[in-house]
Design a protein around this ligand. Structure first.
Ligand SMILES: Nc1ncnc2c1ncn2[C@@H]1O[C@H](COP(=O)(O)OP(=O)(O)OP(=O)(O)O)[C@@H](O)[C@H]1O
Ligand SMILES: [Mg+2]
Length: 465
């Protein structure tokens, strides 16, 4: 079997499954693995990080396994494909089962051409008929520029698919990659749901409007139902009858600004009932909440099969962070790790700072680092302004105190230096944690600090000069 045949076959599988052809890096991984190379060798040859190559490999084996209905790994990729090729040559009709549809594959170029020209093969159309998707306001993710997060994707898949979590929250600081991660999960798993709908609570806030909208989308026959308790009953019937995945992004928009984190605005308290009912009622669907602030219902419960889970995102790992810097073709590779750490592996901040280094420092990361300051770009300042404005007065007092200290602070330190009651201090700290703006250092005596970038922002823009 020639490498061209292998690539054609792989391309067809990926295209049928994901609607996209192989990109350069995927081709490199397939070629390398076919030739028995290690991920490390492949990474060296194409000047990419090993973890990036591993990620690409992981996604490819997953796609092939799902398409072919048998487990494919790096170690059995070549032997499996060769076996299938031999079967094909013996004119055994090869029918492989995808999750919800049957697809015919063969290695001939004729079939490849048909798939490229007519991606909506009649059997794929059948699947499309039974599946309703509304992802019109979800971002499009170019998976070539999606780095790391392998573990987080595995966690999400495990919670939502085998564990059948009914209420899933994805939480973390602005720009950390929540929306991107969830969309990537959907791109990889869409065929496992009957209905997928993405909504953003920045755009739609009223629960009545949202319910009417969702019901119309999920069930065409009941368009004229009035907003009522019956509508909720009907909604839950639909969640039982079909496997729906509903995503609500930017949920922090229904929480109060200027109070402790995660408290519902008076006109939106009904959302809390909906979220609780989704978790407590028996059905086969999942609601994913994406938020910068954690509310009570978003607290994961440890019990393994309990239907509420949360995933709190931290910065990208080093190699994924470096991939972002590489995209900007910056120089002085030896300083990239430093840059990634300074900007907390936050992909959005890394984009902003890489742009600044391009614009002002002629791509030279060393020159930027030599400045010696943690620079807050104008875009970052706007993000932190919004976060600061959303805080309660108690939290503002606490962050101002912590920012003045060079050392990590304890609750006792805060009691001495702030004119706040103990209970205010404790609630304020908890609220800051629920906004992902406070790091806890677990020593004998619990200590706290602010993320370095946020502390720099407070010092520069909120402290009286
Ligand atoms: N794993 C990743 N690889 C590469 N880029 C990423 C990754 N995750 C996020 N990004 C990029 O970082 C930026 C911010 O990501 P995203 O919008 O998902 O953050 P967010 O946590 O949803 O932020 P917000 O709370 O403000 O909505 C986007 O430009 C996105 O493309
Ligand atoms: Mg987002």
């Amino acid at each position: 079997m020639t490498i061209t045949e292998v690539l054609q076959f792989a391309d067809r599988l990926v295209f049928t499954h994901r609607g996209k052809h192989l990109d350069d890096i995927q081709e490199t991984v397939i070629k390398g693995v076919w030739q028995g190379k290690t991920y490390e060798n492949i990474a060296e040859e194409c000047n990419r990080s090993e973890s990036r190559i591993r990620d690409v490999g992981y996604q490819l084996w997953k796609t092939f396994s799902e398409s072919l209905g048998e487990d494919i790994y790096k170690s059995n990729f070549r032997s499996t494909i060769e076996r299938l090729h031999i079967q094909e040559k013996s004119s055994i009709s090869s029918i492989y089962r995808t999750n919800r549809s049957n697809c015919n594959f063969n290695f001939g170029s004729q079939t490849l051409y048909q798939y490229q020209k007519y991606p909506q093969d009649s059997q794929i159309e059948d699947t499309a008929k039974t599946t309703y998707q509304d992802l019109s306001i979800a971002p499009t993710i170019n998976h070539t520029y999606f780095y790391g997060r392998t573990q987080e994707l595995e966690i999400l898949s495990d919670y939502i698919l085998p564990q059948k979590t009914r209420l899933m929250s994805v939480l973390g600081l602005s720009g950390i990659g929540k929306t991107t991660l969830v969309k990537r999960f959907i791109d990889l798993n869409i065929q496992k749901f009957d209905v997928v709908i993405w909504r953003n609570l920045k755009l739609v806030k009223s629960l009545n409007y949202l319910m009417t909208d969702l019901l119309k989308k999920i069930s065409i026959e009941n368009e004229n139902l009035l907003i009522s308790d019956e509508q909720f009953t009907h909604f839950f019937e639909l969640l039982s009858r079909q496997k729906c995945l509903i995503i609500l992004d930017d949920v922090q928009n229904i929480f109060i600004s200027g109070k402790f984190a995660g408290q519902y605005q008076t006109q939106h308290t009904e959302y809390q009932n909906l979220f609780q009912a989704i978790a407590q009622t028996e059905h086969q669907s999942c609601l994913i909440l994406i938020s910068q602030e954690k509310a009570q219902e978003m607290t994961a419960l440890d019990r393994e099969l309990y239907p509420i889970k949360s995933l709190e995102l931290e910065g990208l790992d080093n190699s994924a962070g470096l991939e972002i810097i590489q995209e900007y073709k910056l120089q002085d590779r030896e300083y990239w790790l430093n840059l990634n750490n300074m900007y907390l592996g936050n992909p959005l901040y890394l984009q902003y700072i890489s742009t600044l280094i391009k614009d002002i420092f002629q791509d030279l990361v060393s020159q930027f680092i030599a400045e010696g300051n943690l620079i807050i770009t104008e875009e970052m300042k706007l993000i932190f302004d919004t976060l600061y404005q959303r805080m309660s007065d108690v939290e503002k007092q606490i962050v101002l105190k912590i920012s003045k200290c060079d050392e990590n602070v304890s609750i006792e330190d805060l009691k001495i230096s702030c004119s706040l009651s103990s209970i205010d201090i404790i609630n304020g700290l908890q609220s800051l944690k629920r906004r992902y703006l406070l790091n806890q250092i677990k020593t004998n005596n619990t200590l706290f600090r602010l993320p370095s970038l946020f502390k720099e922002y407070i010092k520069n823009f909120q402290m009286p000069k």
